[in-house]
Design a protein around this ligand. Structure first.
Ligand code: SAM
Ligand code: DTB
Ligand code: SF4
Length: 322
């Protein structure tokens, strides 16, 4: 729904139980089942990125321990996609650490070939490949991409404090190209980069006013990586994370809210609160792109303890009730 900053403030600062009760009500109305979508990530091109995003292990501007790896071939990627499907993921998301690659570049062509193959497996295919123009977005859509992940990460005002090599507007331009090409937009952000609560609400304001709203909204907690400018950032407080998820659920009732990076620092009880407040998707498997994620069996155990279940492929519960 369209939401103003004042509305977001009013929602976010309600007494905690009033907030999560309302979020739960909205959640049950639009997502009446007990399903949680499991998505598997794969970094298909790792590190040595030209961009200077302050949170990122993969930026060539920072001094992290990460070993760069060139673009994986289709043959190297396919076994990972098969394994993800066999483990119960319904979405496979491939990420590349670069500013963007132009149409005609052999790496772009190679990614198109990979997408054509992965899309035969029956999972949703998501990619996150940096900046795109309209022609590139159309090619990705034609190859079989379901969703394109491109986060705004924080408020427009705070963005320049975190990244200097591209602008917030560049991010919005890519998202526009993705929408025009008919791919779903996966767009969210990161908490814990030194931003204020108002920055977080401004980020939600931008997301809630997308037309159409993003199909999925990843809420990441910063994984503070040694060697990045944010290595000493304070961890996100659990009640702030739950408030953010609940507020997102209320203003983005039809979006999948994805409880994303940083789950290894959350307790099971903390994650349960996030799922109660409206999160209905997680990244699944013991690695995100370059940092750890809970073990798959721990996540399945948590879901079963809560009486929740992994979303099945092509389930009617994949889409919200209007
Ligand atoms: N290079 C592409 C881009 O920037 O859009 C795609 C990959 S990038 C790693 C995808 C997203 O991962 C970022 O926008 C950010 O939200 C998230 N991310 C990256 N590093 C993170 C970290 N250390 N902690 C939490 N989230 C992170
Ligand atoms: C998103 O918002 N989170 C995922 C996915 N989109 C691509 C990536 C999280 C990355 C966390 C840091 C890492 O593993 O490098
Ligand atoms: Fe590069 Fe993406 Fe990391 Fe920024 S977030 S440094 S663009 S891989």
């Amino acid at each position: 729904m369209k939401a103003t900053f004042a509305q977001l403030e009013e929602i976010y600062h309600r007494p905690f139980f009033d907030l999560i009760q309302e979020a739960r009500r909205v959640h049950q109305k639009h997502w009446p089942g007990r399903e949680v979508q499991l998505c598997t990530l794969l970094s298909i091109k790792t590190g040595a990125c030209s961009e200077d995003c302050g949170y990122c292990s993969q930026s060539a501007h920072h001094n992290t321990d990460l070993k760069p790896q060139p673009l994986m071939t289709t043959e190297e990627i396919l076994p990972h996609a098969h394994a993800a499907r066999a483990n119960g993921s319904t979405r496979f998301c491939m990420g590349a650490a670069w500013k963007g690659v132009r149409e005609g570049d052999r790496r772009f062509e190679s990614v198109l070939e990979t997408i054509r193959e992965v899309s035969k497996l029956g999972m949703e295919v998501c990619v996150t490949l940096g900046q795109l123009n309209d022609a590139e977005a159309r090619k990705l859509k034609e190859a079989g991409v379901t969703a394109y992940n491109h986060n705004i990460d924080t408020s427009p005002e705070y963005y320049p404090e975190i990244v200097s090599t591209h602008t917030f507007e560049d991010r919005l331009n890519t998202i526009g190209a993705v929408q025009r090409a008919g791919m779903s937009v996966c767009c969210g952000g990161i908490l814990g980069m030194g931003e204020t609560v108002n920055d977080r609400l401004r980020m939600l304001e931008v997301l809630a006013n997308f037309d159409p709203p993003p199909e999925s909204v990843p809420i990441n907690c910063l994984v503070a990586v040694e060697g990045t400018p944010l290595e000493n950032a304070e961890p996100v407080k659990i009640f702030e994370l739950v408030r953010m998820i609940a507020t997102a659920r209320i203003v983005l009732p039809h979006s999948k809210i994805r409880l994303s990076a940083g789950r290894t620092s959350l307790t099971r009880e903390g994650q349960a609160l996030c799922l109660f407040a409206g999160a209905n998707s997680i990244f699944y498997g013991d690695k995100l792109l370059t940092t750890p994620n809970p073990e798959a069996n721990e996540d399945l155990d948590l879901l079963s303890t809560l009486g929740l279940q992994p979303l099945e492929p092509h389930s009617p519960a994949s889409v919200p009730v209007a």
